[in-house]
Design a protein around this ligand. Structure first.
Ligand code: SF4
Length: 296
């Protein structure tokens, strides 16, 4: 945070307070209020006052975002949270990505969301965790319309990934995957996961995903629990073993599984040979993702 940022804080605070106190953005009067105005035959004046007040707050809201953006350019996550847009589905390099949640049972030190609020301009912080399968499917269908128009060829892969662990919303994931398989049967579905789902749900959920998910990519991130814990910062102690058991459960179920590692994060190097051996022993393919600062 620089001096200009500090200097702008009182103004940001003032505008935030005004916006917060009034509900944050433009909105029409509630029906009961509008009805009362009509009954009293004084609709026009209070209605106009209400509207001007709402527009005033809308402008304040944008003014506030601009203030933060230009004076506090160092803090992208603040901006992301102010502009929150609930992007559940987005396109990247011709593939469709699904961003179900911001919750995660890890807190990886290399996680992109620590440094950026967006992936190629797509704001992936959500303003709530209440999105339903229908919300996701609606955005998915919108994207498909645009994708087919833009590239005039059908997409081939959908990836559940984003600023959180997709398996934290297992029911939504299953419903969306079912919709895709029923309506776009040639599409490959991959889930990028930390592999903690069986621990979270206290049951083996992998058989429930057979026929819906074509491939899991599970973050192995270490040849030992110590390496894993340092990189992944899991929120429970058994995470490393649980993740490996999940990989085994996928291969036992006959679902393609890749165990992946992030290599070279700020000079940290893993024992790749040992990681590959672990992956293969669990029945998985092995993939090394070189860490790059921008994340892609
Ligand atoms: S598992 Fe994925 S979403 Fe969760 S903290 Fe790690 S990189 Fe981020």
């Amino acid at each position: 945070m620089n001096d200009a940022c500090f200097a702008s804080l009182p103004l940001c605070f003032f505008t935030s307070s005004c916006v917060f106190a009034s509900g944050g953005a433009y909105s029409a009067p509630p029906p009961q209020v509008a009805e009362l105005f009509l009954k009293l035959n004084i609709y026009r004046t209070p209605f106009l006052i209400y509207h001007y007040y709402s527009y005033y707050n809308l402008i304040l809201n944008y003014f506030n975002i601009i203030l933060v953006k230009y004076f506090c350019a160092c803090d992208n996550s603040v901006i992301g949270r102010l502009v929150m847009a609930n992007i559940l589905v987005y396109l990247l390099d011709g593939k469709i990505y699904i961003n179900l949640t911001n919750r995660c049972t890890n807190d990886c030190i290399f996680c992109l969301r620590k440094d950026k609020s967006d992936v190629k301009g797509q704001e992936l912080w959500l303003d709530n965790e209440n999105s339903t399968a229908k919300d996701v499917i609606d955005q998915f269908e919108d994207i498909i319309k645009k994708h087919v128009t833009l590239h005039s060829s059908p997409f081939t892969e959908v990836i559940f990934c984003g600023y959180g662990e997709p398996m934290m919303k297992l029911d939504v994931l299953k419903e969306v995957a079912k919709h895709i398989k029923e309506n776009y049967p040639d599409t490959k579905i991959r889930v990028n996961t930390n592999g903690h789902a069986n621990f979270v749900y206290k049951r083996n959920v992998v058989p429930e995903l057979k026929g819906l998910v074509d491939e899991f990519s599970v973050s192995l991130n270490g040849a030992t629990k110590e390496e894993y814990d340092e990189l992944s910062q899991p929120k429970f102690d058994e995470a490393y073993d649980e993740m490996k058991k999940f990989i085994k459960a996928c291969s036992d179920e006959g679902i393609s599984v890749i165990a992946s590692v992030v290599e070279g994060y700020k000079g940290r190097h893993l024992d790749l040979e040992k990681c590959e051996q672990i992956a293969n022993d669990l029945g998985a393919k092995f993939r090394v993702r070189e860490w790059i600062p921008a994340g892609y």
